[in-house]
Design a binder for this molecule. Structure first.
Ligand SMILES: Cc1cc2nc3c(=O)[nH]c(=O)nc-3n(C[C@H](O)[C@H](O)[C@H](O)COP(=O)(O)O)c2cc1C
Length: 174
């Protein structure tokens, strides 16, 4: 798949086969997360990767509704902002930077034939606190999202993606 095809073919996958994802592919996906742009090149993210089956089961059990998806994932990543690295004059860029890393990982996984879904954490305080407590995160680390990954056990290839919406686009003026 070329990049445009990868983007247009990506769908959220919430059911996974039990096959593990190799550590090589996990690292490839993480490298793509780290390859995204970040404001003032702050690279103010950190990733908690969970690929141990027992740990996944335990984490899922303590993660509310998201746990229903996490429990069957081959691995899942808690994408975090590391605010100690954030741009001092506009630290809020960390949200965007972490989101870019998350989406890059999703697209890399799609290209490798690995399904994924974004599970929202930030800005929902209860979810942020749940993840902070579960992983005993340091004060400066803010959980932003959970991305669950695994080989797809559902076929969304026949479901066309959203059409191009002309009424959302304004050329040269509003
Ligand atoms: C910020 C964000 C939070 C999301 N949170 C969840 C979630 O908690 N649970 C879930 O099943 N999907 C979640 N999704 C996935 C969306 O539901 C999904 O992207 C959307 O329905 C469009 O479907 P598609 O990804 O197949 O194009 C989230 C996506 C984003 C970008």
């Amino acid at each position: 798949m070329n990049t445009v095809e990868t983007i247009l073919n990506r769908r959220s996958i919430r059911k996974y086969k039990q096959d593990p994802v190799s550590e090589e592919d996990i690292r490839k996906i993480l490298a793509c997360g780290m390859a995204g742009p970040s404001a003032v090149n702050a690279r103010d993210w950190s990733f908690v990767v969970v690929n141990d089956k027992e740990k996944i089961a335990d984490w899922a059990e303590k993660s509310g509704r998201a746990g229903n998806i996490i429990k069957d994932a081959a691995f899942a990543v808690l994408v975090c902002a590391d605010t100690s690295r954030s741009f001092k004059h506009a630290p809020e860029f960390y949200v965007i930077n972490a989101a870019i890393a998350a989406e890059n990982m999703i697209l890399a996984a799609t290209d490798l034939g690995i399904g994924s879904v974004w599970l929202g954490v930030w800005p929902q305080n209860e979810k942020i606190e749940t993840q902070k407590a579960y992983f005993e995160l340091p004060e400066e680390i803010i959980p932003q999202s959970i991305i669950a990954f695994g080989y797809p056990d559902e076929d969304k290839s026949g479901i066309p993606h959203k059409d191009y919406e002309e009424d959302r686009v304004h050329f040269n003026q509003w």
